[in-house]
Design a protein around this ligand. Structure first.
Ligand SMILES: O=C1C[C@@](O)(C(=O)O)C[C@@H](O)[C@@H]1O
Length: 254
């Protein structure tokens, strides 16, 4: 039996894929507006994409924002993510600051999961996993390829590597160049689920051709899907309400 990840009453890896909405505000006031709006949506989790925040280089301002966002989220599980520019995010920071930023977030007790990029320095990944677990925070170990879809074996191997590094949820997002690439991602997901995964995984093929992968996670084995509020954080994200309808439809047929 595969392990699930339970946060604030949401069980990731059981039943319907969970819907997560990214917050992409660049200022505190935009973020608070976004958080208020998110409460009107039928989402299971929220991700703060802190790389969009203009004051991300000031730890005090990050913590202040975290406090205020947390207070508005009505107990919805929160993922803290700094996405680096090389993996599709808004900016680059030093590896030292990447580690401090995540450790400070973990220590606030206000985040439920952090997202750590698989291709960060391996010792940094290990440090962050250890710290997060020490504070009862789960870790998504992620990888993003915004230019192509690696071969199936490579996708599976990256997901397995994330699992071997004790990530609670291995994740990969890839860009399709054609529909065969979308099938490659789905096939890799299915193989991971059937043969190797001991925990929930998250996968997606991005942009228009990949949308099916954001909808059909329950069939192929992806436990969570990112839905857009007003502004998407990656190409291909579907509006939350439409996403929920399709997830419900597929769930009923299984
Ligand atoms: O890693 C992911 C997945 C994502 O890139 C997507 O394609 O939906 C969106 C990001 O905000 C998130 O951190």
């Amino acid at each position: 039996m595969k392990n699930t990840v339970k946060v604030k009453g949401v069980t990731i890896g059981e039943g319907m894929p969970k819907i997560c909405v990214p917050m992409v505000g660049n200022t505190l006031s935009n973020l608070l507006e976004e958080a208020t709006y998110l409460n009107t949506l039928d989402a299971d989790l929220v991700e703060w994409r802190v790389d969009f925040f203009e004051d991300v280089l000031e730890l005090d301002k990050v913590k202040e924002a975290l406090n205020k966002i947390h207070a508005l989220l009505h107990n919805k599980p929160l993922i803290f993510t700094f996405r680096s520019a090389k993996e599709g995010g808004e900016r680059e920071i030093s590896s030292e600051y990447y580690v401090s930023l995540n450790i400070e977030a973990v220590k606030t007790g206000l985040v439920d999961l952090i997202d750590v990029e698989l291709f960060s320095n391996e010792n940094d990944v290990k440090t962050l996993v250890e710290k997060a677990h020490q504070y009862g925070v789960y870790v998504i170990i992620s990888n993003h390829d915004f230019h192509q879809t690696p071969p199936k074996e490579e996708i599976v191997s990256r997901l397995r590597k994330a699992q071997d590094l004790s990530g609670d949820i291995p994740k990969i997002a890839v860009m399709p160049r054609n529909t065969a690439d979308v099938l490659t991602l789905l096939d890799a997901t299915n193989t991971m689920k059937e043969q190797y995964a001991t925990r929930p995984i998250i996968t997606m093929s991005m942009a228009g051709e990949g949308v099916i992968s954001r909808l059909a996670g329950e069939v192929f084995g992806s436990a969570l899907t990112f839905g857009a509020a007003k502004k998407a954080s990656a190409p291909g994200q579907v509006a939350v309400d439409e996403l929920r309808q399709v997830l419900n439809l597929l769930h009923k047929s299984l």
